[in-house]
Design a protein around this ligand. Structure first.
Ligand code: AMP
Ligand code: MG
Length: 391
């Protein structure tokens, strides 16, 4: 048996960044930028007004001063002339600042009468001018290896970048195994249960930018498993669930080996998650065999699958992000395996749930945190600082 960290290192050896593709901006949300994006213009491309008001020369501004209005500058329609002493131009937000002007008097500070305006006696001192390139300049860079979100998309659009180079989404085939499983919505017989963690993993993978696919449930026999494996041939990663212990019906490892899987490791000192398995299939794709218990599969998804997908996406090879939080209560000593306990944050500290059975999806769903207990961690007192992962 190897440790969680060793297992992750093996997984990172197997997981390589995928190739890239160019996508239109509309489809770039959630994708990983792999080439620097370079601004193609200044923003704003001209000095612009930040308010509705009157463009003037700052040198002319005193309380009660009057100006003659010589024209208008609106967004998309600049005033072509220049402003001289005692002149102003009616201006609107986003409009180019006329030549000679260097200040906007907001309309609230002005009394207008025909083509004359008179300034009030309590002027807002902000010039309300956005200088050319105030937001970004031609040639400014959005650096690669970033997952694009809505704000990035808006910035890229403003930079006049219509297509971006991103990592291809990893194709992940998810295979539930077990004679007892039916799909949600089906009518289970007395001895059957509903396949659940496959749906949780599907959601998890989708959330982090993979392209998951649920294969039909494989039954606990070689023929069914082999058929299911053959349906995953186009995947970058095959994730099997269950059938990985040493029971008579646990055939996943044997079938994978028969099909030429080169095993990297099997079994880790983790709780939940002991029967984790990984390797490379004969077609070069990765395989990860997750334990069947619903919580084990989901926790292993968080701790192993997500980092693997991030590595494939070109986001680097790093474990799940940790933070620390104080314990809300005392805990007993931990056993010999690294324990990822389901917990909840409340008022700045974490409470570990009493019930930690790896079949309890209701507890997992109530949890927002995994508190990590190292192997043989001694008893801990309330207030001690613990390593945590958000789930
Ligand atoms: P196994 O590793 O196949 O012995 O599975 C361990 C436990 O997890 C058993 O109670 C299975 O019924 C359950 N299990 C396996 N796969 C799934 C799944 N996809 N959804 C929900 N439970 C599962
Ligand atoms: Mg099974």
């Amino acid at each position: 048996m190897i440790s969680v960290a060793e297992a992750l290192a093996h997984l990172f050896d197997l997981a390589q960044p995928l190739e890239t593709e160019v996508v239109p901006l509309k489809h770039a949300n959630g994708r990983v930028l792999v080439e620097n994006a370079i601004a193609r213009r200044d923003q704003p491309p001209f000095s612009a007004s930040a308010m509705d008001g009157y463009a003037v020369r700052n040198a002319d501004v005193t309380t009660g001063a009057t100006f003659t209005m010589i024209g208008e500058s609106a967004a998309g329609h600049r005033f072509d002339g220049a402003i001289n002493a005692g002149e102003c131009v009616r201006i609107f937000t986003g409009a180019p600042l006329p030549k000679g002007a260097d200040r906007i008097i907001i309309q609230e500070d002005v009394t207008a009468d025909g083509d004359k305006i008179t300034l009030g006696d309590n002027l807002d001192s902000n010039p309300y001018v956005r200088a050319k390139g105030f937001d970004f300049k031609d040639g400014d860079v959005i650096p690669a290896s970033k997952t694009l979100g809505p704000s990035d998309i808006a910035l890229l659009a403003a930079m006049n970048i219509s297509d971006v180079t991103v990592t291809r989404r990893p194709k992940v085939a998810i295979l539930s195994t077990g004679d007892e499983l039916v799909m949600p919505g089906e009518e289970p017989t007395e001895d059957q249960i509903i396949a659940s963690n496959s749906f949780g993993l599907y959601a998890m993978l989708k959330d982090i930018g993979a392209e998951p696919r649920l294969l039909p449930i494989a039954r606990d026999n070689e023929a069914s498993l082999k058929t299911a494996f053959s349906l995953a041939e186009d995947a970058d990663l095959l994730v099997t669930i269950g059938g990985a212990s040493v029971g008579d019906h646990d055939l996943v490892g044997d079938v994978a080996a028969d099909l030429g899987m080169e095993r990297s490791f099997y079994k880790i000192t983790m709780r939940p998650g002991k029967p984790l398995m990984a390797g490379r299939l004969s077609n070069g794709a990765m395989m990860i065999g997750l334990p069947g218990n619903p919580v084990s599969a989901m926790v292993c998804g968080k701790i192993f699958l997500e980092p693997v997908i991030r590595a494939m996406l070109g986001l680097g090879k790093a474990p799940a992000r940790e933070f620390t939080a104080p314990l809300a209560h005392d805990v007993k000593a931990n056993g010999p395996r690294e324990h990822y306990t389901r917990a909840r944050q409340e008022n700045g500290s974490v409470s570990i749930f009493e019930r930690q059975d790896s079949a309890l999806l209701s507890v997992l769903a109530a949890a927002d945190t995994l508190v990590i207990r190292p192997p043989n961690d001694p008893a801990r007192k309330a207030g001690e600082i613990m390593r945590c992962v958000a789930i």
